[in-house]
Design a protein around this ligand. Structure first.
Ligand code: HQG
Length: 220
């Protein structure tokens, strides 16, 4: 969706109420800049001369310099991307910006926005990873943390990045927490260092789950 500002309605996503607002980023450019922002703050800040501290923070000024040069966008554009990000990927505080999750950079990941963790979480993956996951549990692989979702639907969307027909895995988060495994909340995402196999329940491939769900009752 597009994002923009309006004198009457303020900052908006989609269309502003009065319809007179100015679009600052159309959906395509918003997606591109946001992806790039994730890339620099999670993985390759150094390549662009951006310093990321041990808590993952970079100076907004430094990031703006690169965004301006590459995409011609400024502070307000960046603020709109952060504000309307549906997964809460970023935060801006005291002139600094960070990605909340997804890093390969060596940042401190041991913090959580809430201690309220759902009893069950979900992860979806490519069928090729299943054997290893069942044996070794969920591992961060190239990132610092394992990433999980609050709903099967969100997880399936993540899994579809890896495979056309991903496998859905349910995580018994409550017993995992009781066993001392730390699960953290970052934006809409839940993270952990490792989820051992005994807390995982393989639900099957997405199409097989859909096929086996009971047919909807007719009202007739
Ligand atoms: C798999 C995006 C073999 C794991 C998403 C996954 C998410 C194993 C892949 C966030 C394994 C890593 C992260 C094991 C885990 N053996 N494979 N033992 N343990 N794996 O991309 O969770 O949109 O690093 O199943 O939406 O897919 O960018 O993790 O398939 O929230 O904000 O190793 O990134 O967020 O892949 O995605 P990824 P992910 P953004």
């Amino acid at each position: 969706m597009d994002v923009g500002t309006c004198k009457r309605c303020g900052e908006f996503e989609g269309r502003c109420e009065c319809g007179k607002g100015r679009i600052l980023l159309d959906s395509e450019k918003r997606r591109k800049v946001s992806k790039f922002l994730s890339g620099i703050l999670r993985h390759f800040a150094e390549e662009f001369g951006i310093e990321v501290d041990e808590e993952g923070w970079a100076r907004v000024e430094d990031v703006l310099r690169v965004l301006k040069e590459r995409y011609g966008v400024g502070r307000k554009h960046l603020e709109l991307i952060v504000k309307f990000d549906k997964k809460g990927r970023f935060e801006i505080r005291n002139g600094k910006i960070r990605a909340k999750y997804g890093h390969s950079l060596a940042v401190n990941t041991v913090w959580s926005e809430s201690g309220d963790i759902p009893a069950k979480l979900y992860h979806a993956t490519s069928p090729e990873n299943l054997e290893s996951i069942v044996e070794r549990g969920l591992l961060p692989m190239k990132r610092r943390e394992v990433h999980m979702c609050a709903t099967p639907e969100e997880a399936i969307e993540v899994g579809k990045r890896h495979a056309k027909n991903p496998i859905l895995i349910e995580i018994d988060a409550e017993p995992a927490l009781k066993a001392g495994i730390e699960i953290r909340k970052k934006g809409r995402v839940y993270t952990a260092d490792h989820i051992p196999p005994n807390f995982l329940r393989v639900k099957g491939s997405v199409t097989s789950i859909l096929d086996s769900s009971p047919p909807e009752k007719s009202d007739k």
